[in-house]
Design a protein around this ligand. Structure first.
Ligand code: HEM
Length: 141
C-alpha cells in the first residue's frame, strides 16, 4: 500500500476529518472486491464479467480499476502502455482476427480453487504457485 501523509491542520475527506500526520493508503483489495460493483461473486476470478455489462457499468468498472495505477499527480506513468498491452493480449479483436482474443476464445480456470495462488506483498504484489487450466471455448464470447 502506498501511503500519503495528511498535512498540518488535518484534512476533511468526504466529510470525515483526518488528523494531521495520519497516513492514508488505498486498499486495492477493498475496491476490487466491492460486491456492489462487481457482483456477489466479486471474489471469483471471472474475467467474462467485463463482456456482459452495460456500457455504464463497464465504464464504472474501468474507472474503479484504474485506481490500481494510483491517482492524481503520482499516478503511474506507464498506465496507458500497460493497459494497451493487457488489452491487446487478453481482450481486443486484434486486426479483426481471432488470434489475440485470449479471453474470448479460451476459458481460464484455476486448478486449485482452495488456494488459487500465493501472494507476497512488498510494495508490489508477487504471485507464485498460481496454476490455471486453459481450454478452448466451444463458442467464442
Ligand atoms: C499493470 C501494470 C502496472 C501497474 C498496476 C502499475 C502501478 C503503479 C502504481 C500503483 C504506481 C504508484 C502510484 C502512486 O504513487 O500513487 C506506479 C508508478 C509508476 N509506474 Fe507503474 N504500474 C504498471 C505498469 C507500469 C509500466 C509498464 C511502466 C513503464 C512503462 C510504469 C511506470 C511507472 C512510473 C515511472 C511510476 C512513477 C510515477 C511517479 O512517481 O510520478 N508502470 N505504477
Amino acid at each position: 500500500m502506498l501511503f500519503r501523509w495528511v498535512p498540518k491542520g488535518g484534512d476533511t475527506i468526504n466529510e470525515h476529518f483526518i488528523p494531521e500526520d495520519s497516513k492514508l493508503g488505498l486498499n486495492m483489495f477493498g475496491f476490487a472486491r466491492d460486491t456492489k460493483l462487481w457482483g456477489e461473486d466479486a471474489r471469483i476470478f471471472r474475467p467474462e464479467r467485463w463482456l456482459t455489462q452495460t456500457p455504464e457499468v463497464t465504464r464504472r468498472m474501468e474507472t474503479d480499476i484504474e485506481l490500481v495505477f494510483g491517482y492524481g499527480k503520482w499516478q503511474c506513468l506507464g498506465m496507458k502502455a500497460a493497459q494497451m498491452q493487457l488489452n491487446k493480449i487478453f481482450v481486443q479483436n486484434w486486426l479483426l482476427t481471432s488470434k489475440a482474443q485470449l479471453l474470448r476464445n479460451f476459458e481460464i480456470t484455476t486448478v486449485k480453487p482452495e488456494q488459487p495462488a500465493k501472494l507476497h506483498e512488498s510494495m508490489i504484489f508477487i504471485l507464485s504457485d498460481m496454476w490455471v487450466k486453459i481450454e478452448k471455448r466451444q463458442t467464442p464470447l
